[in-house]
Write a protein that binds this ligand. Sequence first.
Ligand code: B1M
Length: 215
Amino acid sequence: MRDKILQDIKDALQEGDRDGVAEKTRFALNSGVEIKAILDNSLIAGMEIIGGKFKRNEIFIPEVLISAKAMHAGMAILEPYFTKHGIKPIGKVAIGTVKGDLHDIGKNIVSMMLKGACFDIEDFGIDVPPEKFVDAVKTKGAEILVLSALLTTSMNSMRDTIAALKYAGVRDKVKVMVGGAPVTQGFADSIEADGYAKDAATAVDKAKELLSKAI
Ligand code: B1M
């Protein structure tokens, strides 16, 4: 019974059935299924399958977005219980589209996927100046900064952000990940970013990998 309830949530998530995920998550809670099992075995496991399919080009951005929204519906029901049951996020991330750049569709997908993987996300939105990222490290304890850029011109703001972190003396306190259509591994290396990811699913893997390395 318990396994079937968990599987039903996972299936609904993969189908992008937002109401179904919410209803089945509520049902699981009322049936006494543990929060952590719902989180790990249904919501996160379901999003991992979606991430894998996206990486293999078996599904595309609209399907990822629909499933991510369904996942959020389940998370919204679980979140009030997290603290009570001692469930901690796996890391603190500040994300934003860098200064000079107003594109946010891809950044939002990355943000949602990271949230689905249980990262604590602070999303600064678009046109984010370097100082805001510096402040996230200094005053909010961000462990990873995720910078998105869609314009070749705004890629320079990624370089500026890393320079600002160095200037503020906090570069060694945070891992910096960069991505977005014009960004490449070569560019990431040239600005001394800690990581590059070509898509949202890879960004989740990279963030986990960076966290496992001591800061
Ligand atoms: Co703009 N735009 N746009 N635009 N726009 C592009 C990017 C462009 C390639 C179109 C073109 O000319 N062919 C071009 C850039 C050229 C260049 O610099 N090389 C361009 C331009 C020039 C402009 C303006 C300058 C146009 C103008 O006003 N003359 C202007 C710039 C405004 C500004 O930012 N200052 C502009 C404006 C806009 C709109 C506002 C109209 C709109 C944005 C709406 C919004 O985002 N809310 C828009 C759009 C929609 C596009 C296109 C059509 C689509 C971008 C998109 O959302 N893709 C785009 C052309 C195209 O790509 N076909 C274009 C879908 C999205 C899911 O993909 O963002 O790549 P993407 O995200 C992926 C990955 O890149 C990755 O994961 C995501 C999911 O897998 N990823 C990361 C993203 N961030 C990551 C961070 C990570 C890791 C992975 O961190 C680790």
